[in-house]
Design a protein around this ligand. Structure first.
Ligand code: CA
Length: 227
């Protein structure tokens, strides 16, 4: 899952980025509203953490409104030093999904990030299920047919992204932009390699069960239960 952090205080920005990265998210961070706007238009983010007071043309409220006006539906958590009811209402009216008053603990932010990320997905608690495959984004446990599957960090992120978008063709570009971050110089062949690793762990050990990872030749990959 990929998160955009728009926060002009470098210390706070880097603490949020590091904290979320430790939890396994891919994080891009920008320090002003103008870059926040251009990054925010990129729909590959699964969530945006947005500071309310920002230098530049856009403050947090303006930025949030502008993104919503452009049709961006990415969930947004707004951060602010001001915590009056009026401020909260203004933030939420601008299109933010949640509101967090500074100073906050990282654990609180993380709990809200998780809550927002799982909101529209079909899941029981935190666990995502497709057929007999389940993935727990909190404990990083992946189970198929009652057998625990050990995945590396990247394999886990790739599978998590695919399980959040079942029955959809995911192009290599989509996979790169969700699972790898802006800085990484990744080759499209790398995606094929990682899909291969996942198949070896998710499908090959279960020859009697339906295949889950399918190739749509010329387009990309689909996670689904039928052929
Ligand atoms: Ca600020």
């Amino acid at each position: 899952m990929k998160i955009l952090v728009i926060e002009d205080e470098p210390k706070i920005a880097s603490a949020i980025k590091k904290g979320l990265e430790i939890k396994g998210y891919v994080v891009d961070s920008v320090l002003d509203g103008d870059s926040g706007y251009s990054y925010g238009l990129d729909q590959s983010y699964d969530l945006i953490v947005l500071d309310r007071m920002l230098p530049g043309k856009y403050d947090g409220v303006e930025l949030c409104k502008s993104l919503r006006d452009e049709g961006v539906t990415t969930p947004i958590i707004m951060l602010t030093a001001r915590g009056t009811i009026g401020d909260k209402v203004e933030g939420l009216n601008s299109g933010a999904d949640d509101y967090l008053v500074k100073p906050f603990s990282f654990e609180e932010l993380y709990a809200r990030v998780r809550a927002l990320l799982r909101r529209p997905k079909q899941s029981v608690g935190n666990i995502i299920k497709i057929a007999d495959l389940s993935l727990d984004p909190i404990t990083f446990q992946v189970i198929r047919n009652k057998r625990t599957i050990e995945l590396t960090n990247k394999e886990f992120s790739l599978l998590e992204y695919m399980m959040h978008h079942p029955n959809q063709v995911l192009t290599k570009d989509m996979i790169i932009s969700h699972v790898w971050n802006e800085e990484s110089d990744i080759l499209v062949n790398t995606i094929e390699v990682y899909i291969g690793y996942l198949r070896n762990k998710i499908d090959r050990p279960f020859p009697k069960l339906p295949k889950l990872i399918h190739t749509k030749r010329g387009f990309g990959y689909i996670l689904k239960t039928d052929n």
